[in-house]
Write a protein that binds this ligand. Sequence first.
Ligand code: IPE
Ligand code: IPE
Ligand code: MG
Length: 266
Amino acid sequence: MSIFSRWLGKLRFGVFSENDLKREQVKTENEPTGENIPRHVAIIMDGNGRWAKARGLPRIAGHHNGMKTVKRITKAADRVGVKVLTLYAFSTENWKRPKAEVEFLMKLPQEFLSLELDELVENNVQVRMMGNRELLPDHTLAAVEEAVRKTKDNTGLILNFALNYGSRIEMVDAAKELARQAAAGIIQPDAIEEADFERLLLSSGLPDPDLLIRTSGELRLSNFMLWQLAYSEFWFTDVYWPEFSEQHLFDAIREYQRRARRYGGL
Ligand code: IPE
Ligand code: IPE
Ligand code: MG
């Protein structure tokens, strides 16, 4: 829907506010356009806990607010033409956190999808999950699988949740599978190519991320897509995830558009 028709709708129903006007103006000013919109944007959504702490709130309030950012950023990414949005929601190392926090985090996919799945379906978004399914509680997995099933034929934005995801175990599992195939005589070890390994990764079928964003000021990958990020452009911000806005995403994309990707060439 164009901005114009959204405004028209709001005018018609009398809910048009001055704030809307300001927001729409900001959006159009800073929205990236052009050919080289990153096809795949991956985000390490970090800083929920610190966002909450700074406000005297429990950490889970940060996670809850972070969920609203997921909705905002999914829509914004879709609007500017991103094809795949991968969101790091829970790492294989996050099980180390206090039980109550882990339990809360494991309820979020359900809550998010119960609120948003209809709209995701309507907007032609295809939901995917990348991570180890076995350790997830049944209720978490059921919610995710319902979303995957209901959106599997959608042809719009791919919204890929990295949930119970760890890059090292992903690669070890791929190596095990290649070793099994070699032991069974299905492949020759000397004939293994990068593409054979890549096909066994959880991201198989998706292009590598063009742009990686991490919020909250941390400058590390925390076991996220180590193989796939080999030639991605990185963009960091001190902003905590609950406060990450469309404008931050657009700033990141616009900076990406100014970068020269050389892949080792000239
Ligand atoms: C990111 O926020 C969400 C997850 C890792 C699940 P954090 O919970 O890591 O927030 P900080 O980094 O402690 O502020
Ligand atoms: C990375 O954030 C994982 C997710 C955002 C899901 P962490 O907060 O777990 O990373 P570290 O512990 O600071 O490296
Ligand atoms: Mg963190």
